[in-house]
Design a protein around this ligand. Structure first.
Ligand SMILES: Nc1ncnc2c1ncn2[C@@H]1O[C@H](COP(=O)(O)OP(=O)(O)OP(=O)(O)O)[C@@H](O)[C@H]1O
Ligand SMILES: [Mg+2]
Length: 341
């Protein structure tokens, strides 16, 4: 057992098994609680929970009305965390996100106080993040990265845990400010929400057009969440798995030896080491919630797309044809696996 990064204390071996059992049970409770209000999309829920456990933020892409608000609200409620929401618009200012300094007068004395912005919460839904100007976007992205905000030279720590789910509408791009690559890299995962099928639609319609709507109640407290998060980094990954992830990231680079032909032709820049961290951490979280104390190849395969799809910088040809990067990630993974054999 290795000591985790970020000052997480090493966990004794027997303790790990005990925590694993408690964790699986807690995770099952979470999935069930969220599933009461947000129906279907099990894979999306699993990825979101994996990101929370891996201490990362999520970019959630989906057209309007697919239940994004319902999902994030239920998640916050189930985790007993404070939910916040910001609707990003072109006139939104950084102060509308992080907060601002106010001049107060009390007993003839003037002093500055800090009025906290909506970013001071535990689970923040940043709706349509690409509608705000780059300045406002970067105010949020800084808060995400540092878990603190700086206003007039004063630092203010955010609440912990702090988890952002930023949404983007893939069909309405007009009048938007697409997030720059450097900002996209800060999202652990990019998750896509697709239109539900007929069976799923039926369930949604029945559940949301009748009488009382399902209520989500807290099922996991903060200590339990912190305990689970501490275990994620303790999940061992074999040297084969680490090698696979390293090759996967490397083979998304067009100049890499052995990179797939389409990667060479269509990708301008491949994924960063941060992309590799995202794959491995999300894979660890997934292994854990599936009740395994080691990362398997299937975990890597399951998180490769969401962890890397937003980190490939495509060339003009691919950009113009609107080619989704998922196929390129798949090909890089196949090539990485072949070299494992
Ligand atoms: N998977 C789902 N499970 C439960 N309810 C759903 C689901 N998908 C959509 N709905 C219902 O559809 C309606 C719209 O959902 P919601 O407001 O959460 O969507 P949204 O993605 O946040 O939309 P917008 O992009 O407009 O903000 C709600 O009444 C919600 O209950
Ligand atoms: Mg919404």
């Amino acid at each position: 057992v290795t000591a985790g990064a970020r000052g997480v204390a090493p966990v004794p071996a027997g303790e790990l098994e005990r925590r694993l059992a408690a964790m699986r049970e807690g995770y099952a409770r979470l999935v069930a609680a969220v599933g009461r209000a947000f129906l279907g999309h099990e894979e999306v829920v699993e990825l979101l929970l994996a990101a929370i456990l891996a201490d990362g933020h999520v970019l959630l892409e989906g057209p309007p009305g697919l239940g994004k608000t319902t999902l994030v609200k239920s998640l916050a409620r189930a985790l007993d965390m404070r939910f916040g929401r910001i609707q990003f618009t072109p006139d939104l200012m950084p102060a509308d996100v992080v907060g601002t300094r106010l001049l107060e007068e009390q007993d003839g004395q003037r002093r500055f106080t800090f009025e906290r912005g909506p970013v001071f919460c535990n689970v923040l839904l940043a709706d349509e993040i690409n509608r705000a100007t780059p300045r406002t976007q970067s105010a949020l992205l800084e808060a995400m990265q540092e878990h603190q905000v700086t206003v007039f030279g004063q630092r203010h720590a955010l609440e912990e845990p702090f988890f952002v789910i930023a949404t983007q509408n893939p069909i309405e791009m007009e009048g938007t400010y697409p997030l720059p690559e450097a900002q996209l890299d800060r999202f652990l995962l990019k998750v896509e929400l697709r239109a539900p099928g007929v069976a799923e639609l039926e369930r949604i319609l029945v559940a949301t057009t009748g009488g009382a709507e399902a209520e989500v109640v807290p099922v996991l407290d903060r200590e339990e969440l912190v305990a689970i998060k501490a275990v994620v980094r303790e999940v061992p990954a074999s040297s084969e798995i680490v090698g696979l992830v390293a090759r996967l990231v490397h083979l998304t680079h067009p100049e890499a030896e052995g990179a797939p032909e389409r990667v060479r032709r269509l990708v301008r820049y491949g994924a960063s080491p941060r992309g590799g961290q995202a794959v491995l951490l999300a894979a660890k979280a997934r292994a854990l919630v599936r009740g395994r104390l080691h990362v398997a190849e299937e975990d890597v395969a399951a998180v490769a797309r969401p962890a890397l799809r937003h980190r490939l910088v495509l060339g003009y040809e691919a950009e113009a044809s609107g080619l989704p990067p998922d196929g390129l990630v798949d090909e890089a993974l196949q090539a990485a696996r072949r070299r494992n054999a």
